[in-house]
Design a protein around this ligand. Structure first.
Ligand code: NAG
Ligand code: NAG
Length: 298
């Protein structure tokens, strides 16, 4: 009920629907991306989805022209022998690409989105929620991160990568939809709306946001219970100072935020040129934009 209130209250705050392109690495028919698709649409956004035909987890920034399929897509979500790319039979906003995650978002940006949006591109790319966390050492290998890095660096479109610690792959037509899929979708929508509400440019150049949700369990099953904490991807022992916040010029690592429990969500400002932590001046822009949403670790 709380989350629904937050979503429905947004128009009153003046948030505008945005052209959002969704992708992921678990595949176009994975339940997490479909729950988020529903939540973003319900929040009034104009959404196109372009994601891999199959699970492309762990393929980082690989990119290769799609090849024709012989098998059905994951979860029997497209027929056998249905070409190198395709769309849902009745909904042209849901698309698959028979290649890597980065290839699928590239097709979304260059081909599917302009067809739907009269030649216009997306204003924001949202990747995930990934099935499983993408913290620190996992970041360079993650296709979910690869999608956000391609979008923000190569394509120049601001991007957010969401990952959820509650794992276990589920098909698009799973019924009933488990709480973890709905809660991640609501949290990702709340965060996306906060980024958009702070106005364009939505993020600094060559920046993506790496957002990791803790498990949906115990006390952490109500979206209103979660707290957002600004973090860094890698430990900062030899790094330049971070933005000053919460009485320190060293941000907590994303691992330490998740390990602290208390339904805390880590929000790292990623450098899209090398998949490490972005410099302090770019962190400062994000802190300024999201200040009202963020809280301190201790
Ligand atoms: C997707 O791929 C990852 C990495 O190879 C694997 O761990 C996971 O089990 C796969 N999921 C499914 C549903 O095959
Ligand atoms: C295709 O779209 C329809 C209508 O939105 C939906 O009911 C169905 O589950 C979708 N199937 C796939 C595989 O996306």
């Amino acid at each position: 009920m709380r989350a629904q209130f937050i979503l429905s209250a947004l128009p009153i705050l003046g948030a505008q629907g945005a052209r959002i392109l969704q992708s992921n690495d678990d595949g176009w028919a994975e339940l997490y991306i479909r729950s988020l698709n529903g939540a973003l649409n319900a929040a009034g956004h104009d959404v196109v989805l372009s994601a891999p035909a199959d699970n492309g987890s762990g393929t980082g920034s690989s990119d290769k022209e799609p090849s024709p399929r012989t098998d059905p897509c994951e979860y029997d979500s497209c027929p056998a022998n249905s070409g190198p790319v395709g769309s849902n039979a009745t909904n042209p906003r849901l698309n698959w690409v028979n290649s890597f995650p980065v290839t699928s978002v590239r097709y979304g940006i260059d081909t599917f989105a302009p067809q739907i949006w009269n030649g216009q591109g997306p204003e924001l790319v949202v990747s995930g929620p990934n099935v499983g966390s993408n913290l620190w050492l996992a970041v360079p290998f993650s296709g979910t991160v690869g999608v956000a890095v391609y979008s923000s660096h190569e394509a120049g479109i601001p991007a957010i990568a969401f990952s959820g610690a509650s794992d276990g792959n589920l098909a698009f037509n799973t019924s009933p939809v488990p709480a973890r899929s709905t809660v991640y979708a609501q949290l990702a929508t709340q965060f996306t709306n906060a980024v958009l509400a702070a106005g364009a440019p939505y993020l600094p150049e060559d920046v993506w946001l790496n957002v990791n949700f803790p498990k949906v369990e115990g006390d952490c099953t109500d979206p209103a219970k979660f707290k957002w904490v600004l973090s860094r991807i890698n430990p900062g022992v030899f790094s330049d100072k971070d933005v000053e916040t919460c009485g320190s010029d060293r941000l907590p690592t994303e691992n330490s935020v998740i390990n602290a429990g208390g339904c805390r969500i880590s929000v790292s400002v990623g450098d899209s040129t090398d998949k490490t932590t972005a410099p302090a001046e770019k962190q400062a822009v994000v802190l300024q934009k999201l200040g009202g949403l963020l809280s301190c670790l201790d």
